[in-house]
Design a protein around this ligand. Structure first.
Ligand SMILES: [Zn+2]
Length: 414
């Protein structure tokens, strides 16, 4: 049998009982105390996107524990064992997906949509909190002619060759009260909130920054937890992500902190959650039907471990089949999902390579497992019989990349 470790069964949790309150901490999103612990993973790599220069450093990388708790008051889910001290965001952080044509197409689509909805144009300033390598803000400025301010400790100026560079300012730092003076007509925050533990405090700061400028438009994008719960895709849960939202819990946080939620929807094959809001005076009332998901989320939380077990069994069966027939396997995609998968399943000697299209990752090592990340060209030598695709949305693009190298392996999109 392939070794696969169901770490969460080592200490069974009372998922069927309520309340199982294993924690005394209040909810980070609403301050409520009706928390239910429902999923646990121990000793997982504390970072999944930091590039490590040697295998030794990758193997010795700091580890932490995950215990997900569900708040019955607001639907928020957070890792109650999260220790911010284990996380270090720096220029060595490599999260970008911008080497994928599929991703760039999506980025263009959301930029055009936001520009049209919120009238971004020359003279208007867009602020992006947690801008990463600046792809979104740059594209927004290029397409609309607006000015941009981006804040992120992982920003790399040498990689930005945009023609809109003279209209953009980048601050290589974490967002905090010291940036409350930055004024913009449009505030965006993409794939950042899930890395922040004190989410209530964070949203309060964003609201304070906007002050009484009621015309400001706010747009946040983050992973959707409803899909993760529904489908048991456990590789989407990792240490870096200390908070998890569904449409309802996100809207409740925004409303409680003085925003009116104007639009709430899913995108990118329903993997991402998008929220659009306007500042209000004090708390606002729910008015979108999709916010009403508290009971549904509670039900999904109750059957989550079952779904995870089903996913694990499927993967273990595939791994066993490959091993028995002496087949070679590769993983395509070395981001957080891969680090998370590698922490839960041991593919043994069937696994021959982990590849990624981001050239900045090649020759670097994966935290935890210590695997070296290679470029797709390495597969022409490995000639894998099967390729596990870490995000199914890239299946066609990867099939094409493989075909151009004369490869037609079995594909297992996750
Ligand atoms: Zn709550």
């Amino acid at each position: 049998m392939p070794k696969y470790r169901q770490r969460w069964t080592e200490q069974p949790l009372a998922t069927s009982h309520f309340p199982a309150a294993a924690t005394t901490l209040p909810c980070q999103s609403c301050g409520g105390t009706t928390l239910e612990s429902f999923y646990e993973l121990s000793n997982v790599p504390a970072h999944s996107c930091l590039l490590l220069p040697t295998r030794q450093e990758a193997l010795a990388f700091p580890r932490g524990d995950i215990e997900l708790v569900f708040c019955h008051d607001c639907g928020f889910i957070g890792n109650t064992r999260f220790d911010i001290g284990l996380n270090q965001y720096s220029a060595a952080y490599e999260e970008t997906q911008a080497f994928s044509p599929r991703f760039l197409k999506f980025l263009d689509e959301i930029c055009r949509d936001q520009i049209q909805k919120f009238g971004l144009a020359p003279g208007v300033t867009a602020l992006e909190i947690g801008c990463g390598k600046g792809e979104f803000l740059t594209r927004l400025c290029e397409l609309s002619g607006c000015n941009g301010i981006g804040i992120d400790p992982g920003y790399r100026p040498e990689r930005n060759q945009s023609s809109a560079a003279d209209r953009m300012t980048f601050i290589r730092d974490l967002y905090g009260p010291r940036y409350a003076h930055l004024q913009a007509e449009y505030v965006s925050c993409r794939h950042t909130l899930e890395h922040i533990a004190p989410v209530q405090e964070f949203m309060r700061l964003v609201r304070e920054t906007i002050g009484n400028r009621h015309h400001v438009n706010v747009f946040f994008e983050l992973p959707d937890m409803e899909r993760v719960l529904e489908t048991g895709v456990f590789w989407d849960i990792y240490y870096e992500h200390c908070t998890y939202f569904t449409r309802g819990s996100l809207a409740r946080l925004f409303r409680a902190e003085g925003f009116d939620v104007t639009n709430l929807y899913k995108a990118y094959d329903d993997q991402y959650l998008m929220i659009e809001a306007k500042p209000a005076d004090g708390m606002t009332e729910a008015r979108l039907p999709q916010e009403n998901d508290l009971a549904t989320t509670a039900a999904l939380v109750r059957k989550f471990t079952e779904e995870v077990d089903r996913r694990l069994a499927e993967l273990a069966e595939a791994a066993l089949r490959w091993r028995r027939s002496g087949q070679k396997v590769a993983i395509w995609g070395s981001g957080s999902k891969c680090v998370s998968l590698m922490s839960s399943i041991d593919f043994g000697d069937t696994l021959r390579a982990i590849v990624d299209i981001n050239p900045h990752k090649h020759g670097k090592f994966l935290a935890g497992s210590g695997w070296e990340i290679l470029g797709p060209d390495a597969l022409t030598e490995v000639r894998p019989d099967a390729v596990i695709i870490m995000n199914s949305i890239y299946t066609e693009e990867i099939r094409h990349e493989l075909a151009t190298r004369g490869l037609e392996p079995e594909l297992l999109p996750l």
